[in-house]
Write a protein that binds this ligand. Structure first.
Ligand SMILES: *Cc1c(COP(=O)(O)O)cnc(C)c1O
Length: 394
């Protein structure tokens, strides 16, 4: 595949593994083994079985009739919101816990921002009976109480990180530091297509089940595997990488990804990395970053906690540079409006992250025969506070 990672872990100039020496044992072990494990029949059998019977896959590809009528085009929703734990994140954590077990690891660490990846990780650790430690910025611990309680109920230990801005970036630093100090028994389950090689490629492959299913589901319903457009939102970029993966080489399929603009890309309150950032190294990987002139990472903002990461997966920096994927910025307001419109036209309350993808329907014109697939990355239960505030304003 022309868009795949190269042997050193680069997508063009982006990616790589800029790691301290103390991380070599862990990263090299993973680099040397991940493809062997992923392609082994024992992994594939077990992964497929858990995706089917535990996660609830395949997730439906739903033809959204009323939405299609309104926008005068054919709109399908890929229902990742119906997965166990409410989003696509479990596709990755199920796969990585199986890899950890194959490598003989007995302890799992993870980072989390809003808590969604922490919950998905604590869930698979409970499933496998493996010890779980989740690093979470202290500010996020206080903002996301329900998810902290879920992780604890699942048996995980949640460690608040007091450094920096006490959010996702600092939680990731905490997890990386833990990994350096535990080079033998611990596997780090990273939550998106970010971090040192092989994580971006590993997570993209695990999420690629999304586009694998879209291909046959679309063939079943439309008589063709290729849609005209696929749209997904981007935090680190994992649900988008999965929705695009098996279509990257089909140049006729137009791919659109949305970053969170927050209050707007011309304000400081934004998380639109590609629109406002520049190249640099964050979390052991070269990619586009939001940073000031001195190379200090700036704090991202979005109404959606799952999208406010100051970097982006290296594959997206690359796909943006070579223009294979079109990247748009969606404001808080545009996402909120799209969430309400979907809810009232289809009876589906989306995650705020996913609403950033839905908002493209108001930004771009699609033809009456176009088939447009939107990846509905998660459900909106966790975002009811934001939705209630919106209703109180009206
Ligand atoms: C975490 C999350 C995202 C953003 O993460 P990606 O790695 O960019 O997919 C998007 N949607 C939902 C529902 C999430 O929980």
């Amino acid at each position: 595949m022309k868009y795949n990672v190269d042997e050193k872990g680069f997508y063009g100039e982006f990616g790589g593994a800029f790691i301290p020496e103390a991380m070599y044992p862990n990263i090299e072990e993973l680099q040397n083994n991940y493809l062997k494990i992923l392609t082994s029949s024992s992994f594939q059998t077990e992964y497929a079985k858990l995706l089917k019977n535990y996660v609830g896959r395949p997730s439906p590809l739903y033809y959204a009739g009323r939405l299609s009528e309104h926008y005068k085009t054919k709109i399908y929703l890929k229902r990742e919101d119906l997965n166990h734990t409410g989003s696509h994140k479990i596709n990755n954590t199920i796969g990585q816990i199986l890899i950890a077990r194959k490598l003989g690891k007995t302890r799992i660490i993870a980072e989390t921002g809003a808590g969604q990846h922490g919950v998905a990780t604590a869930t698979v650790c409970a499933l496998m009976g493996i010890r779980c430690v989740v690093y979470m910025g202290a500010l996020d611990v206080s903002r996301q109480a329900p998810n902290v309680l879920r992780m604890k109920m699942l048996g995980a230990e949640v460690i608040p990180v007091e450094s920096g801005n006490k959010t996702l970036k600092d939680a990731t630093n905490g997890a990386l530091r833990d990994w350096i100090n535990n080079p033998w028994d611990t596997h780090y389950i990273i939550g998106s297509v970010v971090g040192p090689h092989p994580y971006p490629d590993l997570v993209a492959r695990l999420q690629s089940v999304i586009s694998e299913e879209i291909r046959w589901q679309l063939a079943e319903q439309e008589g063709r595997e290729l849609p005209d457009f696929i749209i997904a939102c981007i935090g680190g970029g994992s649900n988008a990488s999965g929705a695009f993966y098996h279509y990257l080489d089909n140049e006729n399929v137009k791919l659109i990804a949305t970053e969170a603009a927050g209050l707007g890309i011309d304000t400081k309150e934004t998380a639109a990395t590609l629109a406002t950032g520049s190249p640099g190294v964050l979390h052991s990987c070269k990619t586009m970053l939001m940073q000031n002139d001195d190379g200090q990472i700036t704090e991202p903002y979005s109404i959606s906690a799952g999208l406010d990461y100051p970097g982006i997966g290296p594959m997206h920096s690359f796909l943006h540079k070579i223009q294979r994927v079109e990247y748009l910025s969606i404001t808080d307001k545009e996402a909120l409006d799209a969430a309400f419109f979907l809810t009232q036209s289809e009876g589906i309350i989306p995650a705020l992250e996913s609403a950033h993808a839905l908002a493209v329907l108001n930004k771009k014109k699609f033809g009456p025969d176009d088939v447009v697939v939107i990846n509905l990355s998660g459900r909106g239960d966790k975002d009811m506070d934001a939705y209630i505030r919106m209703m109180q304003k009206k």
